[in-house]
Design a protein around this ligand. Structure first.
Ligand SMILES: Cc1cc2nc3c(=O)[nH]c(=O)nc-3n(C[C@H](O)[C@H](O)[C@H](O)COP(=O)(O)O)c2cc1C
Length: 361
């Protein structure tokens, strides 16, 4: 019985991930008292998936400054209370043998929005707990308020804030940091010519549009331990004429690879409403293209729901890791189900003794 590719370990720097099924970051919009502090819900939600056997849990987009939150209910890592709350959760997750990463984020012009089940849309007004948003250029996301254009001094402070959040992430015990450069949030807004109309050193050429990202990666790498991995999530296409292309994203991914990013997490879209051909594995060709062009390890995400499908993506060399999001909301035990379905050897995914009967065929 050979070990399926999904259950072969992967080593990045000093960390060996026991398998290649990772939990994709998913906002839970469930902080305590709207001050970025994770609480009981986060503990239970992530612990369930730790028991489920994911090789890495990447916790949700976590803001590096208050105005970088997607919604007032997002988690943060800009102060000591948040760091202490994460530390308690990570202690529990480590006790369940999980590795835990955090996605560090700034939402830019897509900040201060209502959480999905609020029944409201658009930008949260200041008198309802919202704030004025910022962006590379004063161009709104359709349906949201106009953002204010960032000054160069403010941009430098954002990069510094990513570095400070990485320090807190290390203090809290996170094993991995992921820089969120995807889904139309601030770093993606800088990268895409459709949202970045700047004429200074942060606009124009691809190198200039990538400048904030490179400064963020440098700030994170300056404080984050050398033996711990850094990931970066990109949208490898805006799916729009004149938008970001996979070729450009591969070039930027190579630059961040040179600066210490260890794995590229390849998603697409989110900058503007776009005609996206959504279907099973629809973003896998983007992951494969980035992998081939950069030689870096990549993860694939997006409607990967079946064990055989996930195994095939790794076996054919399209990606090194599979990330699972919505399927993990339906089934926190997805890695265990995959091990069972693929008839993986018993030691490919250790089972807690309480659940061992579930491994039997
Ligand atoms: C509830 C929910 C919250 C999400 N939050 C984030 C997030 O915080 N950061 C991010 O990069 N992607 C986020 N995503 C996108 C997922 O990580 C993933 O890329 C997307 O859902 C496609 O994968 P899937 O088909 O396996 O769900 C979220 C998705 C869902 C469903």
């Amino acid at each position: 019985m050979s070990t399926p590719a999904l259950f072969q370990p992967l080593t990045l720097r000093g960390t060996t991930f026991p398998n290649r099924i990772w939990l994709a970051p998913m906002c839970q919009y469930s902080v305590v008292e709207e001050d970025g502090v994770p609480g009981d819900w986060h503990q239970i939600h992530y612990a369930a998936r730790a028991v489920g056997g994911f090789g890495l849990l990447i916790v949700e987009a976590t803001a590096v400054v208050p105005e970088g939150r997607i919604s007032p209910r997002d988690t943060g890592l800009w102060d000591a209370r948040q760091t202490a709350a994460w530390a308690r959760i990570i202690e529990i997750l480590h006790g369940l043998d999980a590795l835990v990463g955090v996605q560090l984020a700034h939402a830019g012009r897509k900040a201060s929005t209502y959480w999905s089940w609020s029944g409201k849309g658009g930008t949260v007004p200041i008198d309802d707990g919202g704030w004025r948003t910022v962006a590379p250029s004063p161009i709104p996301f359709p349906g949201y308020d106009d953002p204010r254009e960032l000054t160069t001094g403010e941009i430098a402070r954002i990069a510094t804030a990513f570095g400070a959040a990485a320090t807190r992430a290390d203090d809290a015990g996170f094993d991995v940091v992921e820089v969120h450069a995807a889904h139309g949030y601030l770093i993606h807004q800088f990268l895409s010519p459709l949202s970045n109309h700047r004429t200074d050193a942060y606009g124009g050429s691809l190198r200039n549009r990538a400048r904030l990202l490179l400064e963020v990666v440098d700030a994170v790498r300056a404080t984050w331990p050398r033996d711990k991995p850094v990931l970066a999530r990109f949208s490898a296409s805006d799916w729009l004429d004149g938008g970001l292309t996979v070729e450009e994203v591969a070039e930027v991914a190579a630059w961040v690879g040179e600066r210490g990013v260890d794995l590229v997490d390849v998603s697409t879209g989110g900058l503007l409403p776009a005609p996206i051909p959504v279907g099973a594995s629809y973003q896998v060709p983007h992951a494969r293209a980035v992998r081939e062009r950069t030689g870096l390890p990549v993860s694939a995400v997006g409607l990967i729901t079946q064990p055989e499908q996930a195994e095939q993506i790794l076996a054919e060399g399209s990606a090194d890791v599979i990330m699972v999001a919505r399927e993990a909301l339906r089934d926190p035990m997805w890695p265990r189900r995959a091990a069972h379905a693929l008839d993986a050897p018993r030691d490919a995914l250790p089972w807690p003794p309480q659940y061992e009967r579930g491994a039997w065929r």
